[in-house]
Ligand binder design. Structure first.
Ligand code: ADP
Ligand code: MG
Length: 250
């Protein structure tokens, strides 16, 4: 049986304001679900609640393969197999992207003899190939982590980090922001490929429809005011495009 991520009755509040009002969502490894919704509907709050951002008071249940994640620290959730791209948004001048990702990789695979890439040289060869698939030039891997990176470069590196970590489930919050049309296509195709290769489950959060034409997703959930008000297949995206969020209710 495939590993599942099961969110039930998830509520989140911050500074006395209730933002998520009971979210139910389930996905299995190998599936891609999309969450769409207008600005301020609670999409990023959902991402942060799932990965354990300290600012939010969260109730309900989030189970990965039956294990309750709520109450666990962010790094414990990551160890359980949940990846959120913005877990490492920090700039670390002086630490090169390559070295940072190598550290991430060796932490996950401490035993050298059991690694696919035993040394940093093997790892670099693989990483350069993956990076190029995502439109990341080799030179970026030699720069300080996030040091002066553009929004688009950061987004591409998040996906590269995901390829290194190979989580069971990944949450991509507005991966398309800051990317131009060509870059969106490259990154979306990269996500499709990584998903195929690793059989991970992906939650894609987006405000715009444009990335969805390139992604191989299974289902769309529409979030408005902290609730999922409608779910459907790719045809629901068409409907949203034509009618807007205002008319999609119930
Ligand atoms: P989305 O990602 O869908 O645009 P968010 O989850 O970022 O929405 O925000 C949902 C709502 O929660 C917004 O109204 C936002 O102003 C509010 N919110 C988010 N973070 C905080 C905070 N730290 N304090 C108060 N309100 C917040
Ligand atoms: Mg957001």
């Amino acid at each position: 049986m495939k590993t599942s991520l099961k969110i039930a009755g998830l509520k989140a509040s911050v500074a006395d304001a209730t933002i998520l009002r009971g979210i139910d969502l389930e996905l299995k490894q190998g599936q891609m679900v999309v969450i769409m919704g207008p600005n301020g509907s609670g999409k990023s709050t959902l991402a942060k609640a799932l990965t354990g951002h300290p600012e939010y008071t969260v109730k309900g249940s989030v189970k990965l393969n039956g294990k309750e994640l709520l109450g666990l620290a962010p790094d414990e959730r990551a160890k359980a197999g949940l990846f959120l791209a913005f877990q490492y948004p920090v700039e670390i001048p002086g630490v090169k992207v390559l070295n940072f990702l190598w550290t991430v990789y060796t932490q996950q695979h401490p035993e050298r003899t059991r690694r696919i890439h035993p040394s940093i040289v093997d790892f670099r060869d693989w990483l350069v190939g993956k990076a190029n698939e995502l439109g990341i030039p080799d030179s970026l891997l030699m720069r300080g982590l996030n040091e002066g990176f553009s929004g688009g470069e950061k987004k591409r590196l998040e996906i590269l980090q995901m390829a290194v970590m190979q989580p069971k489930f990944a949450i991509l919050d507005e991966t398309d922001s800051g990317l131009d049309i060509d870059a969106i296509k490259t990154v979306a195709e990269g996500v499709n490929k990584i998903q195929r290769e690793t059989d991970m489950g992906v939650i894609v959060i987006t405000h715009y429809q444009r990335i969805l034409q390139y992604l191989k997703f299974d289902i769309v959930h529409v979030m408005v005011n902290g609730r999922i008000i409608k779910s459907g297949g790719p045809e629901l995206v068409e409907e949203l495009e034509q009618r807007g969020y205002g008319e999609i209710r119930g």
